[in-house]
Design a protein around this ligand. Structure first.
Ligand SMILES: Cc1cc2nc3c(=O)[nH]c(=O)nc-3n(C[C@H](O)[C@H](O)[C@H](O)COP(=O)(O)OP(=O)(O)OC[C@H]3O[C@@H](n4cnc5c(N)ncnc54)[C@H](O)[C@@H]3O)c2cc1C
Length: 393
């Protein structure tokens, strides 16, 4: 489930477009550029909050050395350059949207097109769809407790604590002045930043960070800030349960660290609306504990999930889409695919392969969308038409 997607009314208009790109990773961004050169405007969908795919999510600060003409640049820098390059063609980005279904529909001019629907109910009718969804959508890693679905979005959240607190308080207006018991699962940057931000920016929170390892997976700066706050609060590894005694609303927040793993979540009989009220966790000695909780943050990082692409009609091989390497079309009319999501003999999951595939796919898409047998091939260095489209002439 995409926990950060709000539900939408059913009455939203259907977006009509010539081309729709699924995925704003490097391949999807360059696809929008190549289509722009051929005069085709594109919409781009991605469940993340910004463009970049793996480059931004997995190695934003690391250097890449095999981009032609760029001896070295970071993942983030490459994405910024791709966004600058595509700017003249003004693709419309739809972030926070996960493509859920793709089905064939009749469309004027091309006889057949594709209807694409996102998880929140956004709907597009496109003459052509280009899948550039890479290794899948980066969704929050779930807790290993089957009951979590019952509490998701009510007392259990992913992402940042500030947003979660606002959502929690909207759903459960405060009835008592006792401290809010917040548990944060994880030892990586997002978990530790949430804990630090929680103590520094909010009052009256009892924050417990639980991590399966004794050491944190963060840099020295965050680690020191966290240790310093632990020193000011209750002692680390404190076995004492959270206090239930009332506290003034502006009492400083506290921080505790526990080394262990959550195994079960409970809604206690007396808890209103069967809301989450306790969790069971096992410590590093194998001892089981039960603790009270109001709000649970699951900050275990993101993991890519391919989702229902097998139901989108294209032929697959080992969870990857088979393509015709002449134009990167699939066996579904109007459906093209490029980048890490595809397979063909000799395919290499490299950024430059995605760029090459986008260039060839753009000619296939243009033929299909414009219903032409041939699309003129021109150089950007020589063509006044391309330079006009680029806004440099
Ligand atoms: C650690 C690491 C280092 C790497 N270093 C290099 C390197 O040095 N050089 C190199 O060439 N390659 C490198 N790669 C590989 C490179 O990152 C990939 O080949 C490249 O990112 C593929 O681009 P893509 O656009 O096809 O897919 P991705 O980058 O995976 O982007 C796909 C996008 O699609 C979105 N998406 C997924 N599912 C959906 C859906 N259902 N609806 C809407 N959007 C969706 C995702 O959120 C994502 O943003 C590295 C990879 C890793 C993991």
């Amino acid at each position: 489930m995409n926990s950060f997607a709000p539900s939408r009314p059913e009455t939203l208009p259907i977006v009509q477009t010539d081309a729709l790109i699924v995925g704003a990773g490097p391949a999807g961004l360059f696809q929008a550029f190549e289509l722009g050169l051929l005069g085709i405007h594109a919409h781009v969908i991605d469940p993340l909050s910004a463009a970049g795919g793996q480059c931004r999510e997995l190695y934003a600060d690391k250097a890449i050395y095999d981009i032609p003409g760029l001896p070295s640049c970071t993942g983030q820098e490459l994405i910024e350059r791709l966004l600058t390059q595509v700017k003249p063609f003004a693709p419309v980005f739809h972030f926070g949207e996960l493509v859920q279904s793709i089905e064939r529909i009749p469309i004027k001019d091309t006889n057949t097109g594709l209807r694409v629907q996102t998880q929140t109910g956004l709907c597009f009718d496109a003459k052509a769809v280009i899948l550039a969804n890479g290794v899948g959508a980066f969704l929050p890693r779930a807790l290993n407790a089957p009951e979590q679905a019952d509490f998701l979005g009510k007392e259990l959240f992913h992402g940042d604590l500030r947003t979660a607190l606002a959502q929690y308080q909207g759903l459960h207006p405060t009835q008592s002045t006792r401290a809010l018991r917040v548990w944060i699962v994880g030892g990586q940057e997002d978990a530790i930043s949430n804990a630090i931000q929680g103590v520094q920016a909010h009052s009256n929170l009892e924050i417990t960070v639980i991590h399966r390892r004794a050491h944190l997976d963060v840099g020295p700066e965050l680690s020191q800030a966290f240790e310093a706050l632990l020193g000011q609060s209750a002692p680390a590894h404190s076995p004492s349960p959270s206090t239930l005694s009332p506290k003034p609303a502006d009492a400083p927040s506290t921080l505790v660290f526990k080394h262990g793993q959550i195994v079960h979540l409970f809604s206690q009989e007396e808890a209103p609306d069967h809301r989450l009220s306790a969790l069971q966790w096992v410590d590093d000695q194998g001892q089981m504990h039960t603790s009270q909780v109001d709000l649970l943050m699951v900050n275990l990082g993101l993991s890519p999930q391919l989702g229902p692409i097998a139901q989108w009609g294209a032929q697959m091989h080992h969870k990857q889409i088979k393509v015709n390497t002449e134009d990167f079309s699939t066996d579904v009319p109007g459906l093209f695919a490029i980048g890490d999501v595809i397979t063909y003999p000799g395919k290499k999951k490299l950024i430059l392969s995605g760029f090459h595939e986008a260039a060839l796919a753009s000619f296939g898409v243009a033929k299909w969308v414009l219903q032409k047998d041939r699309i003129p091939f021109e150089y950007t260095s020589a063509s006044s038409l391309l330079q006009e489209r680029l806004g440099v002439k």
